[in-house]
Design a binder for this molecule. Sequence first.
Ligand code: PA5
Length: 447
Amino acid sequence: MIHLKIDHSKINNFVSESEINAFQSKIDKSYEALLKKTGKGNDFLGWVTLPSEIDDALLSSIEADAREISQSAELYVVIGIGGSYLGARAVIEALSHNFAAFRKDGKFPVVIYAGQNISEDYMADLLEILNQRDYALTVISKSGTTTEPAVAFRILKNHLENKYGKENARKRIIAITDKERGALKTLADMEGYKTYVVPDDVGGRYSVLTPVGLLPIAVAGFNIRKLVEGAVAMQNFLAKSSNIADNPASEYAAVRNALLQKGKTTEIMVNYQPNLFYITEWWKQLYGESEGKENKGIFPAGVGFTTDLHSMGQYIQEGIRNIFETVLSIEKPKHNIEVPLDSDNLDGLNFIAGKRMNEVNRMAEIGTMLAHVDGEVPNIKISLPEMNEYNLGELIYFYEFACGLSGYVLDVNPFDQPGVEAYKKNMFALLGKPGFEKETESIKKRL
Ligand code: PA5
């Protein structure tokens, strides 16, 4: 059995069960195309069977590297962007202490990130911190040519070599990249860095269960075997049947496409736990980059409640009615804190004195869901009993599989991202990259 549950009962005012079930035949075709690898982008379907194919030797090697890094580094810099960044950060932050950077008893390095932007001030601040602390770094880029991580790696490689000397710096660098092609692979071989491979048939945003995610997650001190176990459990469960009634990924894919058909073009992923922020960011990339093409796709947005009820809550309740929400709900918190009694009761809160904060949070969740449904915002609920590695493994594979299905239902290729090239072309033209002379000339006329 799996732990993840999905409930779409709060969309029934907007979409009927028969309208959802009408997607069954498209779901069946999409399901078969995923499992038999016959659909669009089928050379990038390695992630479908990946969890059950991860071998013990790979996990042991990652764990050994993670132990070594923990012994020599207080900080661990992960360089990467998009699919080479968000999955690791999503899992690490979901499992971490909310104030991990301030803990004095930390047994594991604090993970920090670079190469996910090109901000000079971000880099300057990072270098200032890295001057003061021991660190190791992992550079992740499947193509090896992505500008943001390549710029960051140039700078941090120099910094590390100046700090520790070339020979010792080499031992503090791991590269995760393509098996044989690409600039990073060439550089890693030349410099003698330890490397891990991003499999050819796994695209960036589906790569969190490869070394791309597993190494940083292990360095942060989390149990990657449990994460993989959870993903395998979900893989096996989803492989049993494509029925909307039995398969939560089929259900999610059918429900969101049925809502899209009714004009609900924006899906907001909602959470009530701040450390799920990057799970939402990872989900946004997964769904946005997979579905948003050919003028199609649901726009994926995210909010953290109750924080954002005091900002975006107004729009969600009363703005343009093209929204639905998916609430990722974690049933059991790790801790127990009660609201204290106050003899003055000036804030009038004694009626909740003695109640756990989580009960207040839970009532906020239920109350918000009903208010938003009343405001014509259909709600889907995805729940996990508690936050741990195993359940996160389930969740990751569930979201990936549902995304593949949903993209095929939309009849797009969920495994490419041609639209990402447009900004790169302009940026290279503006920066005068050799080979872009014509583009440089024409873009300058537009300024
Ligand atoms: O999902 C994707 O393929 C992208 O988001 C990539 O992961 C991202 O562009 C980074 O690419 P690379 O790993 O080649 O540096």
